[in-house]
Design a protein around this ligand. Structure first.
Ligand SMILES: [Zn+2]
Length: 318
């Protein structure tokens, strides 16, 4: 058979076909996250997985798979501990979801009112016998502040306004305390100035519950509302932990600020009936070098183990 040379036009068409085929191969079709919550364990998968993984628990860093393996939370969707018993209240009707993700919205709603919830997952709560609802603009009946048992003045003059975009308005039942440092060594970058920063509208999208320096504590958010500080999306760092920022201003006393934060953390852990093991570094949730002075062993700072020990000791005295 006689071979015919391709014309320039034919070559161009072939090239275009090749490009389209390559594009189709390199972008696999999107599969939504799948979550199945059974009575005693969690089944999760997303488009990164070819099969769902059944998990029995989550320790804040990894899921324990029923296959005996550990799975990092970075690639998976998180569901928090399944056993809670609380009442939630909302003032307008809510969409029901069949699983705690936006993809699973149903056409059913639940009217405004108070309901008993038994499970929570990121930004959703489970109304017994009905289904999941978004926890945004839902109030949950857990204490939203603490009695001041630390001996350090605690101010609430600069709570983030209700209308601020820095309020997530997602309900939270605190399960962890997360420790951060501000990374701001400027003079007068103390607790008051950080509270004012949050109050007037921080340019960064981050938000946190408390700022502590060497002489004061400022609260910026109620403790039954989620903040955005842990860099872990809807995982427990953001969705179930109270954030404490420790000031590192160069005209302040870092060690005393850390001591004050340890007292506050101890009071919070006690109030919510949590153990010292539920005290976390920002680093534990997302790998960020925070609280930097404790991780890097900066002079004038206590290391994490010492901090944890102090919290433990304060828990026995406050
Ligand atoms: Zn941090």
């Amino acid at each position: 058979m006689k071979h015919q040379k391709l014309t320039i036009k034919q070559k161009r068409i072939l090239k275009n076909i090749l490009v389209v085929v390559l594009l189709i191969i390199s972008f696999p079709s999107y599969t939504p996250t799948q979550v199945i919550i059974k009575s005693d364990h969690i089944l999760i998968s997303n488009h990164l997985l070819s099969r769902p993984i059944e998990c029995s628990s989550f320790d804040g860093l990894t899921y324990a798979g029923l296959d005996g393996k550990k799975y990092s939370h970075n690639s998976y969707v998180g569901v928090q501990p399944l056993t809670i018993s609380n009442t939630i209240t909302f003032s307008t009707s809510k969409t029901l979801y069949s699983a705690p993700f936006s993809y699973y919205a149903t056409s059913n709603t639940v009217p405004a009112g108070s309901y008993h919830v038994t499970k929570e997952a990121g930004r959703y709560m489970y109304i017994e016998g009905k289904g999941w609802v978004s926890s945004q603009y839902v109030s949950i009946d857990v204490n939203n502040s603490i009695e001041n048992t630390t001996g350090i003045p605690l101010y609430k003059d600069y709570m983030i306004p209700e209308t601020s975009s820095h309020r997530t308005h997602y309900a939270m039942r605190p399960l962890y305390i997360t420790i951060h440092t501000t990374d701001n060594t400027s003079k007068v970058a103390d607790a008051l100035s950080h509270a004012k920063l949050q109050y007037t509208g921080n340019v960064r999208s981050a938000s946190w519950h408390y700022t502590v320096d060497d002489h004061s504590i400022y609260q910026s958010l109620p403790l039954n509302q989620q903040a955005g500080h842990a860099g872990d999306g809807v995982m427990p760092g953001n969705s179930a932990s109270i954030a404490i920022e420790i000031c590192v201003n160069s005209d302040g006393h870092l060690y005393i600020a850390e001591k004050n934060a340890a007292k506050l953390a101890a009071a919070l852990l006690k109030q919510y009936n949590l153990s010292v093991d539920q005290l976390r570094m920002h680093h534990d949730w997302s790998g960020k070098e925070c609280p930097r002075p404790m991780i890097e062993g900066q002079s004038g700072s206590m290391n994490w183990e010492t901090f944890k020990k102090q919290v433990y000791n304060y828990m026995r005295t406050v």
